[in-house]
Design a protein around this ligand. Sequence first.
Ligand code: PMP
Length: 444
Amino acid sequence: MNDYTSDLITKASKYIPGASYYTLGLNYPGLPEFIIEKGQGPYIYTTDGIKMLDVTLAHGSLILGHSNKIISEAVQKQISMGTALTNITKPAIELAEIMVNTIPCADKVRIVNSGTEASILAVRLVRAVTGKEKILKFEGAYHGFADNLIFNTNYGKPSEWFPYPKASSDTLGVSASQAETVLIAPYNNLEITSRIIDENIKDIAGIIVEPVMRGINSQTDFLQGLRTICDKYKTPLIFDEVITGFRVSLGGAQEYFGITPDIAIYGKSLGAGYPIGAIVGKDSLMRYLDPSSENGEHIFSIGSFHSNPLCSTAALYCITELQKNRSYEKLNSYGDGLRSGLSRIFKKYELPHFMTGLGSIVEFFFTSEPVIDYKCSINSNLALKDLIGSKMAEFKVVGGGGRYTSSTMHGKRELDWMLEAVDLSLDNAQYTGALNSILEKSNK
Ligand code: PMP
């Protein structure tokens, strides 16, 4: 580490809590080992001048890679015309049009600044529409950091959780009364989920689900089963497409699986690295965001930067770019290549594993059992996954153990780089004995 970097980290320790923006379920990950100074395509450059392959990509947001020229030029043009223009803006109108033409459930669109904001609005909307209060979410799902859904996420401590459907908060600082408004069900388990819904339907305002839950795939019939239950009870179904939206296909997971929710929320890839969120949905619900709605049937939603022209421009050009150049073919083939390459390496080290994820969302777990819900994932050998994660930086890869993403800028060279890094991480762990020690511990 050069002096410049160590000075920056010292300064960060002085002025930023923990010198980190990761709280990761309240675990302290230690001081950063490097600081990213700039990004270009699939790579980042640290303040030490080291080039690294980025497979984290701002939590999966940079679907076109870092500093995409077309997006940068469009945003720069918009900067010269104003960065915050208040109320609806031309780029946000054009963005809404392209989203309505692309996303199956979208009759109307509202642009906000993050996935968390979109999820706050989605919850308020379904409560307003139904006049009910409880939201059913799935164990291990994350829908942003707001108070209303920060329960039983993948950042929590499952050993301390209550049994279904009682919600357990994952952070200090959330009012206990919030927990009373959330119900928890196991992912991919229609039997338990429908029992919870049947027993609580008089209070349920909506069901929110990640169509691919943090890399764990939804099983055939699960999403369809939720759709059928929601139709039966006329309960709004919300897809959280913050990860899947514009990543698994242009119309998101709802297009990929052919199941249309009533509302969907977006973020990440939509903005190609610019801070954006969106809530889209059927007219019958989105009319609650229309201030001219009759009988005062509307909800409060104002943000100083909503409909922001810079981020809307980035999103507009991002979607236009994704429509071109066989983007999804490229993203999916990289993802499939990574999934099969990782599996080949894990077999070489005789590590039982389960590969999951969809297209360019690549996830794996060390276990002989299929991973279909959050409990299965935490019962896998997470220490081994962490071991790989902890070594990747040594081999010039930014991105820990699992849920790797890619961009349209990731090609064969990057795939080889990535696979070599995982192979070398395991080879090194085998050589030092770290691999055996973890395997022995997990056999006890
Ligand atoms: N939903 C999902 C599925 C997410 O993965 C995230 C972010 N990791 C969010 C919502 C929150 O989005 P943001 O970080 O933009 O607030």
